[in-house]
Design a protein around this ligand. Structure first.
Ligand code: 13P
Length: 248
């Protein structure tokens, strides 16, 4: 039985003052939650997340990680630095990184590998754009994104990783994939892993992300291959995020 995971992705939101109430409320509200819960916050707030969430059942993580271990890479943050702040998770390959910051499949694979080397659990995001869906190539796109990481790292390391299916057209649009649409792609992702290793495929947590709300979470999470969610906008409001955690 896979324990569900609900991970918030704050994206570039927050302030020290505003975060405090949100972190406190999630910490308190998630106590006793049956699902695993995590918040991926902007880098400058990792220390605050650690201070507030430490000792609770809410983990914290980053939204990206450098592919490099150290050196002259101005502006980059390494996996070891994230581990220094006791991060459990690092998101890699988010569609906003892929589309706005040029993270190619190869870069995403390198970041995934760097996260693992630092002892972090990478959350590998995959997903098609609206035009790719309309062209009927959703499966090809998602498979290509997975294969770049599988080719570099192999399937076995996915015992220490999470996959998130985030259709780009559903991110921040209020247009959620239907449970059936999401389940279809989640099943395809699990089948891709089953070709490599049946045990890894069976244990892999595959999250859905894209306009998840408290009101649609239970139906999405009820699908056989949906093991939780990666939550953007709704992770910025404690009651909304906790409602999603309760649905898991
Ligand atoms: P929304 O939940 O705001 O659609 O964002 C999803 C997302 O991109 C999480 O990583």
């Amino acid at each position: 039985m896979r324990v569900k995971l609900v991970a918030g992705n704050w994206k570039m939101h927050g302030s020290l003052a505003a975060n405090l109430g949100l972190l406190d409320a999630v910490r308190a509200g998630a106590a006793g939650c049956k699902a695993d819960v995590a918040l991926c916050v902007p880098y400058p707030y990792l220390a605050q997340a650690r201070a507030v969430l430490g000792g609770s059942n809410v983990a914290w993580g980053a939204q990206d990680v450098s592919e490099h271990a150290q050196g002259a890479w101005t502006g980059e943050v390494s996996g070891a630095m994230l581990a220094d702040f006791a991060c459990r998770y690092a998101i890699v390959g988010h569609s906003e990184r892929r589309s706005f910051f040029g993270d190619t499949d190869a870069v995403v694979a390198a970041k995934f590998s760097a996260a693992l080397k630092a002892g972090l659990t990478p959350i590998l995001c995959v997903g098609e754009t609206l035009s790719e869906r309309e062209a009927g190539i959703t499966g090809d796109v998602v498979t290509r994104q997975l294969d770049a990481v599988l080719a570099k790292c192999g399937a076995a390391v996915f015992s220490r990783a999470v996959v998130a299916y985030e259709p780009v057209w559903a991110i921040g649009t209020g247009r959620t994939a239907s449970p059936a649409q999401a389940q279809e792609v989640h099943a395809l992702i699990r089948a891709r892993f089953a070709l490599e290793d049946a045990g890894i495929a069976a244990g892999l947590r595959i999250l859905y992300g894209g306009s998840v709300k408290a009101g649609n979470a239970a139906e999405l999470f009820g699908q056989p291959d949906i093991d939780g969610g990666l939550i953007g906008g709704a992770s910025l409001i404690a009651a909304d995020f906790l409602g999603i955690c309760a649905a898991a």
